[in-house]
Design a protein around this ligand. Sequence first.
Ligand SMILES: Cc1ncc(COP(=O)(O)O)c(C=O)c1O
Length: 309
Amino acid sequence: MWAKAEWINPTGSYKDRIAAKTMDAAVRCGARGWIGTSSGNAGAAMAAYGARAGLRGFLCVAADAPSEKLQSVAPYGAAMLAMSTLGPPEMDRIEQLALEYRLQLAITAYRYNPEGMAGAEAIGEELADQGAFTHAYVPAGGGGLLVAVARGLARRAPGRVKLVCAQPAGCAPIVGYLSGALDAPVSAACTTTVSGLQLPSPPDGLLAAGAVRESGGWGCAVTDQEAWDAQRLLATREGVFVEPAAALAVAAISRDVAEGRLATSDCPVAVLTGSGLKDLRRVAPAQRPSPGGLDDLGALLAAAFTMPT
Ligand SMILES: Cc1ncc(COP(=O)(O)O)c(C=O)c1O
């Protein structure tokens, strides 16, 4: 399998691609600033690119976002408000406020910001040029990223790559809709702790489901534990530390291999969307190194290796 390295963008996630296009549009249309919503990644990207564009930013963040995500937004100087719910009703109201105050709407969904989302379509275009992939595994929350990847792929390699929508089992409205378990891509509950994918009512859910069906792909839901296991595997085997939302795409590949949906002749690629440094909840402080001195170091090495005689 292959991975698309989106965690190495300047602010640590693929959202930079959307922020660049959004701020470009803001400058071109003479917006007085920007206003958006975020679980953290989009906020950091919009705030950074907004600062470079010289625009004032106003950001509604998910109150339960990992603190590393919120801390990484702070340096750029956008005004932030932590909100306990950030679904379509809040987004619709923010859209009205953007119009009223002549601000660029900086939400990372086609429903609200198609111009900005076009920036992420480059991921699909690049994938079409970068390998003979048979399947693209995309982690989905609002669904916009998947739609963007599908549109980019369709432009450069129509019909070649099947799209697999990877969602946490604790919030999998698009996967549920694709399998026929739900009448609409809307979940009654959201129990996952995977930041970025906690959207029971995804704004681009229908578009995403349509893109998956058109490509001949499917949906795959995995548990949070599977995402954390994949996160650890990527870090310890590959030296790649991504956030749980990104690792979830790799967990979906593992599951599809185990359940026979992927064959050894297939060549899947996972979009690794964000850096592990964005969410350290499962790493620190639980995994702080135990205190020690040089004697302990000697003992550690002696236990790990047999000295040549
Ligand atoms: C790291 C990460 N991966 C995937 C996604 C999912 O993108 P979308 O909401 O467009 O489906 C997000 C969204 O915030 C994210 O932050």
